[in-house]
Design a protein around this ligand. Structure first.
Ligand code: NAD
Length: 428
C-alpha cells in the first residue's frame, strides 16, 4: 500500500530522473541516514503515566547539519516523519541553506493535555533525543501544534542535560530565550515574497486577484495579512472547524482579532474557530478547495488536494504553504489541467530560513534587528524564486520539478565533491 513516504520517494525518483541527476545521488536519498523511535513516559496530572510514541529522523546531511520541525499530532507516523524529513532535505537545498533535512514528531493530541502535561511531554522528547540532536548535528524547530514556548522548554531541557548554554540546539524559541525577531511571521512572509514574484512573473493585477486560504493558523494568517495589505482579495478562509466566504473579501486583521478574542484557551492552544466570527457565508472545507478563485493557498496539513478533488479545482494556481498538501496523483491531474502548483519546498521555506538566521545569531551571540531579518529573508526567498524560475524556463514539467532540479543539483554537487563511481574510475 502506498504511504506518504513512498509517495515522497516516488516523486523524488521521477523528478531526479527528469532533472538528469545521477542515479547514485538519487539512491543516496531514498532512505534516511538515521531515525530514532522512542516511547516517552509522561506523568499525567492524575498521577498515572502515559507513553507517547515519538520519532526523530535525520534524513540527509551532505550539505550541513539536519534541520526540521517537531510535530505534535495524533496523525503522526514514522512514514510521515520520514517524508517530511525528505522534503526538508529538498527545501533546505532549494533555498540554498547550509543544512540537510530532518524532522520529528510525537503521536499525541496536544489539545487534550494540560499545560503541565504538555511541558513534561516536551521535556521528555528532548531527554529521549538529546544524543541525536545538537547544534552541529540536528537542529529541531516548531511545526504543527508546537510553538515557541515548547521550543523554549526543549532548549532548557537540553541545556540541563549537557550542563551548558546551547541555544543553537533548537530554533523558533521565544525571543527572550534567544529566538530571532521575525520568526513567528517568517513562513507566511516568505510565502508572500514567492507569491509576489510569481504575480510579477505572470503579470497578475493584485486588486483583481482572488484568494482562498485553507488553514488560518500561524503560516496562513501571516500570508493572508500580507497579501491583503498588497491588494489581493482574500475571499475564503477556513480552519479545522469549517470555512467562511465573502465575495468582497475579508479584512484579515479583524478576522484574526475576533478569532483571538473569542478563543477558549486549553493548554496553550486556541480553540476559537473562524466560523464563529464575522459576517460571512459558511462553506465546508471541501467547498473552499473548489472555489472559483485565482489563487488557492492550502496552509493546513498534507493531502488536501487528492485525485478525488483535483479534477474539480478551479483555481488558476495553487500556493503550497502547507507541507505536502498535493498528492502525487493529484499533481498529475493538475498539470494536465495547466494549473500551476508553486511547491511547498520553495513556498514555505521562509520559516526554516529565519530558523537558520536564529541559529547564526545564537552562534554569533549577536541578535539582529527585525529590519535585518526581514531584508535578508526577502532576498533569500527572491533569489530562490529566481533560481527555480530559471530552471522552469528550461521547460521542466512543473514548478515542483524545477524546484527539485535546483535542490538536487546542489546535493549532487555535494556528493560529487566526496567522490563518485565516475571519479574513482576515471583515468584523469
Ligand atoms: P498551525 O497549527 O498554526 O495552523 C494550522 C491551521 O490549519 C489551524 O488553523 C487549523 O485549524 C487548520 N486546519 C487543520 N486541519 C484543517 C482542515 N482539514 N481544513 C482546514 N483547516 C485545517 O500550523 P502552521 O504552523 O501554520 O502550519 C501549517 C502548515 O504549514 C503545516 O503543513 C506546516 O508543516 C507548514 N509549515 C509551517 C511552518 C511554520 O513555521 N509554522 C513552516 C513550514 C511549513
Amino acid at each position: 500500500m502506498s504511504d506518504v513516504f513512498q509517495d515522497a520517494v516516488a516523486r523524488l525518483r521521477n523528478l531526479g530522473e527528469e532533472a538528469g541527476i545521477r542515479p547514485e545521488v538519487v539512491e543516496a536519498l531514498v532512505q534516511p541516514k538515521a531515525t530514532l523511535a522512542a516511547s516517552l513516559p509522561v506523568r499525567m496530572d492524575d498521577g498515572g503515566t502515559r507513553y507517547f510514541p515519538a520519532f526523530r529522523c535525520r534524513y540527509n546531511d551532505v550539505l550541513g547539519p539536519t534541520k526540521g520541525g517537531i510535530r505534535f499530532h495524533p496523525g503522526v507516523s514514522a512514514a510521515e516523519v520520514k517524508a517530511l524529513a525528505l522534503w526538508m532535505t529538498i527545501k533546505n537545498a532549494c533555498v540554498d541553506l547550509p543544512y540537510g533535512g530532518g524532522k520529528g514528531g510525537v503521536i499525541v493530541d496536544p489539545k487534550k493535555l494540560s499545560r503541565m502535561e504538555l511541558e513534561r511531554l516536551s521535556r521528555a522528547y528532548m531527554r529521549a533525543m538529546a544524543d541525536f540532536v545538537g547544534p552541529d548535528t540536528d537542529i529541531p524547530a516548531p511545526d504543527v501544534y508546537t510553538n515557541a514556548r515548547i521550543m523554549g522548554w526543549m532548549a532548557d531541557e537540553y541545556e540541563a542535560i549537557v550542563r551548558h548554554k546551547a541555544p543553537a540546539v533548537i530554533t523558533g524559541k521565544p525571543v527572550g530565550l534567544g529566538g530571532s525577531k521575525g520568526r513567528g511571521e517568517a513562513t507566511g512572509r516568505g510565502a508572500f515574497h514567492i507569491v509576489e514574484k510569481y504575480a510579477d512573473h505572470r503579470g497578475l493585477d493584485r486588486a483583481s486577484t482572488t484568494v482562498a486560504l485553507q488553514g488560518f493558523g500561524n503560516a496562513g494568517y501571516h500570508i493572508a495579512r500580507l497579501m491583503q495589505q498588497a491588494g489581493y482579495r482574500i475571499v475564503a478562509v477556513s480552519d479545522s472547524k469549517g470555512g467562511i466566504y465573502k465575495k468582497d473579501g475579508f479584512d484579515v486583521d479583524s478576522l484574526y482579532k475576533v478569532k483571538q478574542e473569542s478563543r477558549v484557551l486549553k493548554g496553550v492552544y486556541c480553540e476559537g474557530s473562524v466560523c464563529e466570527l464575522v459576517e460571512h457565508d459558511t462553506i465546508t472545507n471541501a467547498e473552499l478547495l473548489e472555489l472559483d478563485v485565482d489563487l488557492l493557498v492550502p496552509a493546513a496539513l498534507e493531502d488536501a488536494i487528492t485525485e478525488e478533488n483535483a479534477g474539480d479545482i478551479k483555481a488558476k494556481a495553487i500556493v503550497e504553504v502547507a507541507n505536502g498538501p498535493t498528492t502525487l496523483a493529484a499533481e498529475g491531474i493538475l498539470a494536465e489541467r495547466d494549473i500551476d502548483v508553486l511547491p511547498d519546498v520553495l513556498v514555505n521555506a521562509g520559516g526554516v530560513t529565519v530558523s537558520y538566521f536564529e541559529w547564526v545569531q545564537n552562534r554569533q551571540g549577536y541578535p539582529w534587528t527585525l529590519e535585518t531579518v526581514r531584508a535578508r529573508l526577502k532576498s533569500q526567498m527572491e533569489d530562490a524564486f529566481d533560481a527555480v524560475a530559471t530552471a522552469r524556463a528550461e521547460d521542466t514539467s512543473t514548478w515542483r520539478a524545477a524546484a527539485y532540479a535546483v535542490a538536487l543539483r546542489r546535493i549532487e554537487t555535494g556528493i560529487e565533491m566526496s567522490g563518485t563511481r565516475d571519479y574513482f574510475n576515471s583515468e584523469d
